[in-house]
Write a protein that binds this ligand. Structure first.
Ligand code: FAD
Length: 555
């Protein structure tokens, strides 16, 4: 069911390209990695759409970093460990948090204009953070501003070459190591890109679900192509759902930031009832996963397919000034956010699990490094603390890029194509209605592998995905639409099987049939690797105990 390569190629028929470093993905993690190359090294960055189309570009809230006078590293570490549901790697958390301010300063040096307050950077606070520590730009357009600055700096460097609209199909592997990737440009047959070292930074997989905050590029390609190449992935069941995603037929599923609830918005059901206090004493300010679960339950109670955010009791002008981006998105559908109720429901937001990496960003496959949302670094554990992901992309982008550059510099400069060949597949996918398969998969994932999960539904999901895979995976497609469906199916299979195997509730993973965490049995990572355990994840050894929390006032 899992042919090694998605398309056939032969080193005597396909074109070749040689580079020192190949970076797959042009979001924040990928570009940060590219900037770690030495000036004499040639770097190729590939993105499957335009360079600015990435999750990074859409980040709203900001980047977390210890920058305020009342804050300290121990506070940020404690908040991250608390959010992570007892599954973080505390040494990784400590390393990332301590490196954060330096990486944020670097972004400022590179031209990012963060919002200012009297005396310095304006620092916001988000759910789960005990202190003001979120730097942001243009209110709710942080990602756009960061990427503007980082892209401009990247384009100015003569040793970094960018291929836009170039779809990475698979990693090239030979004799147990990664040698680059097979990449299809907008036209012509795929090229074989040979690299001394490769960095994977393909971002997330929100498009696996019908409701998601992620842009269309987030189809989980990085997880699937790593899996086909034999790379170890872990904890693929941990998908963070954002509680409030705009739910209007025909709209893109925009995220409505939790700052809206922070400013006092109420959550109402279809009868106008403010329900959050029925589920949690913190009401609308309960943590993300609690709000998502409460919304799902209230939708069932009210038999309605969404709930509503209501800001009509707040000052109109202040609302419109504080949330200009959201006001604009809603206005397109005739909604005035200051007076009208905004229809929302939970949507897939962030992929917590992914390619296992060590502290340098090294994957299990020699020659392959990884950074950003495509990875499982140990920072987030079972749940991501808000605004820690851009930070992770910066820190791990720098580490993976530095490691890759260092090892590439030690390798001989004479590069040759290797005798790797991929065979034809079973038949042409041209006859398949891929749009229908994609829509069916997305809706199945929302229903069976969403915010609330349970054994029989998860088994049903795995079986249904396998029945799709049985006829879709052996097919050969000649365009991104088909390759993406194959990757979505593979990524969905890893998520569903992980969710089935993990018989407990922890962090973002909630099982109705196992509603509590079970540290004795499940304080472990679930690793998944092709050809091991019949495609099901396996539980690793118990994790070492976390250090006792230091004296902080974080909650
Ligand atoms: C709406 C929204 C708001 C968010 N807000 C915040 C926030 O406030 N703070 C925070 O810390 N995090 C936030 N996040 C999460 C954060 O933006 C992401 O986790 C982070 O930006 C991921 O960066 P990345 O570089 O790993 O991936 P991305 O930025 O997603 O980049 C992935 C890159 O890989 C490329 N790619 C993918 N597949 C292929 C392929 N097959 N071939 C070639 N290229 C490929 C894409 O084209 C893209 O260039 C938000 C996310 C969303 C969606």
């Amino acid at each position: 069911m899992n042919p090694r390569y998605l398309v056939p190629f032969h080193p005597k028929r396909n074109a070749h390209y040689f580079t020192d470093l190949l970076v797959i993905g042009g979001g924040l993690a990928g570009l940060r990695a590219a900037h770690s190359a030495m000036p004499h090294q040639q770097v190729l960055v590939v993105t499957k759409d335009q360079l600015r189309e990435s999750n990074s570009n859409y980040a709203q809230g900001g980047i977390a970093g210890v920058l305020g006078p009342d804050d300290c590293f121990e506070n940020h570490v404690a908040d991250t460990l608390t959010a992570g549901g007892n599954l973080c790697d505390s040494e990784v958390v400590d390393m990332v948090v301590r490196e954060g301010p330096r990486r944020i300063e670097e972004l400022i040096q590179w031209g990012t204009k963060f919002d200012q307050a009297p005396g310095g950077l304006a620092l916001g606070r988000e759910g789960g953070h005990s202190h003001q520590r979120i730097v942001h730009a243009h209110g709710d357009a942080t990602g756009k501003e960061i990427m503007r600055a980082v892209i401009a700096r990247t384009r100015a460097l003569p040793n970094i070459h960018i291929w836009e609209r170039a779809f990475t199909l698979d990693l090239l592997t030979h004799a147990g190591r990664c040698h680059g990737a097979v990449i299809a440009g907008p036209q012509g047959p795929p090229q074989l890109v040979w690299a001394k070292q490769t960095v994977l930074a393909c971002g997330g997989a929100g498009q696996v679900f019908r409701e998601s905050t992620n842009p269309p590029v987030a189809t989980g390609d990085g997880f699937a192509l790593a899996y086909r190449a034999g790379v170890e992935l872990r904890d693929m069941e941990f998908v963070q759902f954002h509680p409030t995603v705009l739910y209007i037929a025909g709209s893109s599923r925009s995220l409505i930031t939790e700052a809206v609830r922070g400013e006092g918005a109420h959550l109402l059901d279809s009868e106008g009832y403010r329900f959050m206090f029925d589920y949690d004493s913190r009401g609308e300010l309960a943590p993300r996963d609690v709000v998502s679960q409460s919304i799902i339950r209230q939708m069932a109670v009210s038999r309605h397919n969404c709930v509503y955010l209501d800001m009509s009791h707040l000052d109109d002008e202040a609302v419109l000034q504080r949330f200009p981006g959201i006001a604009k998105s809603c206005q397109k559908f005739g909604l005035n956010i200051a007076t009208d109720r905004i229809p929302v429901r939970p949507g897939a937001h962030y992929m917590v699990g992914g390619v296992a990496v060590d502290r340098e960003g090294r994957s299990s496959l020699p020659g392959l490094w990884a950074a950003g949302e495509v990875t499982s670094s140990g920072l987030h554990g079972a749940n991501r603390l808000a605004s820690n992901s851009l930070l992770e992309g910066l820190v791990y982008g720098a580490h993976a890029g530095e490691g890759a550059a260092r090892e590439a510099a030690e390798m001989p400069d004479a590069m040759t194509a290797l005798p790797i060949e991929a065979s034809e597949r079973n038949g042409s996918g041209a006859t398949l209605d891929t749009a229908d398969i994609r829509a069916s998969l997305k809706s199945l994932m929302g229903r069976l592998v969403g915010v609330e999960r349970e054994g029989p539904a998860l088994r049903d999901a795995v079986n249904s995905i396998d029945s799709f895979r049985a006829y879709v995976m052996p097919m050969q497609f000649d365009a991104a639409e088909g390759w993406e469906v194959q990757n979505l199916l593979q990524t969905a299979r890893m998520m569903a099987s992980g969710a089935l195997v993990r018989e407990e509730s922890r962090g973002v993973h909630f099982r109705r049939d196992f509603p509590a965490p079970n540290d004795a049995r499940w304080r472990r990572r679930l690793t998944i690797q092709i050809d091991k355990n019949g495609g099901y994840p396996e539980a690793g050894p118990p994790l070492p105990a976390l250090p006792a929390p230091s004296a902080t006032d974080s909650q």
